[in-house]
Design a protein around this ligand. Structure first.
Ligand code: GLN
Length: 492
């Protein structure tokens, strides 16, 4: 077995016992990046010298007994909308092409304090707006299972890097599905935690009331271990919470006997591909075999989630992205006449078409005369959606469903029709509107050789139940596969 095939927890154990060195692990990841990333194109930035220096320092820390955490020495990738001190953070946008933060995001501070080694920054949809990573201004990331397909998005780079063994785990961000959907497409595990669990300090904001940073990894246990590292209240993010229950690893392996799992009938209706339906049914079977009770129920309000999400997310985005004006940050147009023209040109040239579309939509729904009709109405719908989930969780411990209606689409087929792309977020956005945790677990590989994951949705603060159920599902499913590319068996 190759070193890069270990899970993060397995590697952490071997590093702790001295069987593998932190530098050796970092080197293995860098080699895998060298071997595969010119094809996968998951990373925007990798700085090997810095990585090896950090790994050497961590190795000293482990030897001296200063670093004792489960993941000390484990190499990790970070999505490029999460600030990293002295390392470029571009949001995959021209407007931030040369932005080098002078501070680490709180989640990154916590990674480094726990001895994880940051390998580099991963590609994403520009400002996390998109579902395929194709709106990146810089490169197109490929799905390691089928290089002609997208990895999903917006955390497509992070998910592809994990799937290709080019890191042992990664951080992503999820505003409307950006951890869970690409995790499904890439055959990895990923969790969007309850809103407020991970500090958003240093996460470049898309829609602040929906954004959450979360782990992406090879399996559920790794996600739990990583969430344990990054979950904490932070006085620099007033929406972050003190949670007494962040010992998530403890939940992995716990029995799921008697657990009540509901599948919303609406999730299985039209628009869902047969193979995704099959994945959900298989997952239901696995959970039943593990002792859970699984049944269908009516959740309601499905048809309102996409419109409400796109109104609220765009409104917040239009406000958050005001700060990119060509004065304080990043790109400034070369030629302009006067201040207003400079703003206009810098923003028109610096932002790509999808970001500009959202800014226009957001400004529109917030403008006087339309605010009540669209934005306020969307907020009311949001409250109703939360109620519908509250009701569901009075009868069920968790909800099982798809993470996306299809497996990963082919490259180049999604961007032409933005409406269709928005509609594909149907199974993920409600979770962010209601602030809930959602976990994607890899479930099967379809006839085309593409992986499909399923989503477990919990009530607020119910991550432990999700980890227990996710790990229970994995145990019945059996060991997960790797793509031909990673096994080195892909036909050239
Ligand atoms: N696809 C969704 C959007 O474009 C979700 C993105 C995300 O979660 N960052 O808004």
């Amino acid at each position: 077995m190759q070193l890069t095939e270990l899970t993060a927890v397995e590697l952490g154990n071997k590093i702790r016992t001295g069987e593998i060195g932190a530098v050796e692990a970092a080197q293995a990841s860098l080699e895998q990046i060298g071997r595969l990333d010119f094809r996968v194109q998951a990373y925007l930035t990798v700085e090997p010298e810095k990585v090896l220096l950090q790994a050497a320092e961590v190795e000293r820390g482990i030897r001296s007994g200063a670093l004792t955490g489960a993941l000390a020495g484990v190499p990790i990738a970070v999505k490029d909308n999460i600030c990293t001190k002295d390392m470029k953070t571009t949001c995959a946008s021209r407007i931030l092409e040369n932005f080098v933060p002078f501070y680490d995001a709180e989640a990154v501070v916590r990674l480094k304090d726990a001895g994880l080694v940051v390998l580099g920054k991963t590609n994403m949809d520009e400002f996390a707006m998109g579902s395929t990573t194709e709106t990146s201004a810089f490169q197109t990331t490929k799905n390691p299972w089928e290089l002609s397909h997208v990895p999903g998005g917006s955390s497509g780079g992070s998910c592809a890097a994990v799937a290709a063994g080019e890191c042992f785990a990664a951080l992503g961000s999820d505003t409307g599905g950006s951890i869970r959907q690409p995790s499904s497409y890439c055959g990895v595990a990923g969790i969007k935690p309850t809103y407020g669990t991970v500090s958003r300090y240093g996460l470049i904001a898309y829609a602040s009331s929906l954004d959450q940073i979360g782990p992406i990894a090879k399996d559920v246990r790794d996600c739990a271990a990583l969430l344990e590292v990054i979950a904490a209240q932070d006085k620099k993010d007033s929406t972050s919470m003190a949670r007494p229950d962040t010992n998530f690893l403890q939940a992995v392996g716990q029995s799921v006997k008697g657990l009540r799992v509901g599948i919303p009938t609406e999730y299985l209706s039209e628009g869902l591909d047969d193979d995704v339906q099959e994945a959900v049914m298989r997952a239901a079977g696995y959970l039943k075999e593990a002792g859970a009770v699984v049944e269908e129920f009516k959740l309601g309000l499905m048809e309102y989630t996409i419109p409400a999400y796109y109104v609220i997310a765009s409104a917040e985005a239009s406000s958050n992205l005001e700060r990119f004006d060509g004065v304080k940050y990043g790109y400034r147009a070369k030629e302009y006449e006067g201040l207003h023209d400079m703003y206009k040109r810098s923003r028109s040239e610096g932002f790509g078409p999808e970001v500009r579309r959202r800014i226009m939509l957001g400004s529109f729904v917030l403008s006087s005369g339309y605010y009540d009709a669209y934005y306020l109405k969307a907020l009311r719908v949001r409250a109703r959606i939360k109620q519908a989930f509250d009701e569901a969780f009075s009868g069920y411990d968790m909800i099982l469903g798809p993470a996306a209606p299809t497996a990963a689409p082919r490259l180049g087929t999604s961007l032409a029709d933005p409406m269709k792309m928005y509609l594909s977020d149907i199974y993920t956005v409600a979770v962010n509107l209601a602030g809930l945790p959602g976990l994607t677990v890899p479930c099967m590989v379809n006839a085309e050789g593409l992986p499909i994951g399923v989503q477990l949705i919990g009530d607020c603060f119910a991550e432990k139940k999700l980890f227990a159920a996710g790990a229970g599902l994995e145990a019945v499913r059996g060991p997960w596969m790797q793509s031909d590319l990673v096994r080195g068996e892909e036909q050239k």
